[in-house]
Design a protein around this ligand. Structure first.
Ligand SMILES: NC(=O)c1ccc[n+]([C@@H]2O[C@H](COP(=O)([O-])OP(=O)(O)OC[C@H]3O[C@@H](n4cnc5c(N)ncnc54)[C@H](O)[C@@H]3O)[C@@H](O)[C@H]2O)c1
Length: 258
């Protein structure tokens, strides 16, 4: 019987790469996204490559606690088990300090912070129903280690994810559950293309300017592919990370050194 992984925001970008990687690692995967179309496309791709029943698409808004619980339960029932949740969905609008509104704070925190809390709770529920422990993996960021310019709301939401990861690790260890995070740098996804557009526009420059500025801080001299991040998540989802908990691993090409 395959182990089961539930990945949020798996319709595109990093989440998609994680879903494909975990399927390659032998997991049955619930491809969860609020975009039903992209979620189905990724699930179809996995089923095509690994055989029918290797993936299902689940439509969910991670900010909606009840829906998150229902989606996790749907995955547990349909895929017959529950072993790993990857709370990957997130949003990252550019928010220079003086432009910050209540609406943008609510939106970002509802998805990036509350979405992770609901995912943690729903996963604990599912692990208990399966009568075993499991692995909770949260999307953090290098911006969750160091404040990033123009990204106060996003950066603070990712600091919160790192704090949640540490606290949940301590709270859930007695249940045999580990909780870790991954902290990408600058990854070539639709999210980054939008940040680049906004940062470049704010500076009065052409698209690409934001990327150039950020890339100067990457020791390895290149932007990240989504697959670089998926490899880190593969480690966190597999048995080699059994003795690790409460960590938010930097997988950023050497942007931040702690
Ligand atoms: N791209 C980067 O450079 C980068 C860097 C560091 C951290 N991250 C983090 O990695 C994660 C994935 O980022 P990405 O670049 O792949 O983003 P992306 O915008 O390319 O994809 C995000 C996916 O999440 C889905 N999503 C958004 N809000 C949702 C919600 N409320 N409920 C369910 N699904 C939702 C979207 O439909 C989309 O499929 C995010 O948490 C992000 O903060 C990204």
């Amino acid at each position: 019987m395959k182990k089961v992984a539930f990945v949020t925001g798996a319709g595109q970008g990093i989440g998609k790469a994680i879903a494909l990687r975990l399927a390659n690692d032998g997991f049955a995967v619930a491809v969860a996204d609020y975009n039903a179309e992209t979620a189905h496309a990724v699930a179809d791709e996995i089923n095509h490559a690994h055989g029918k029943g290797s993936a299902i698409a689940v439509t969910v808004d991670v900010a909606d606690r009840e829906r998150v619980f229902a989606a996790v339960e749907e995955a547990r029932t349909k895929l017959q088990g529950f072993d790993v949740i990857v709370n990957n969905a997130g949003v990252a609008p550019s928010t220079p300090i003086e432009s910050i509104t209540e609406a943008v704070v609510d939106k970002v925190y509802n998805i990036n912070v509350k979405g992770v809390i609901w995912g943690i709770q729903a996963a604990v529920n599912a692990f208990k129903a399966e009568k075993h422990g499991g692995k909770i993996i949260n999307a953090c960021s290098q911006a969750g280690h160091v404040g990033n310019p123009e990204l106060a709301v996003y950066s603070s939401s990712k600091f919160a994810v790192r704090g949640l990861t540490q606290t949940a690790a301590r709270d859930l260890a007695p249940l045999g559950i580990t909780v870790n995070g991954y902290c990408p740098g600058i990854v070539k996804t639709p999210m980054w293309a939008e940040i680049d557009r906004q940062v470049s526009e704010a500076a009065g420059k052409q698209p690409g300017y934001g990327t150039e500025q950020f890339a100067k801080r990457i020791t390895l001299g290149r932007l990240s592919e989504p697959e670089d991040v998926a490899a880190c998540v593969s480690y966190l989802a597999g048995p080699d990370s059994d003795y690790m908990t409460g960590q938010s691993l930097l997988i950023d090409g050497g942007m931040v050194f702690n």
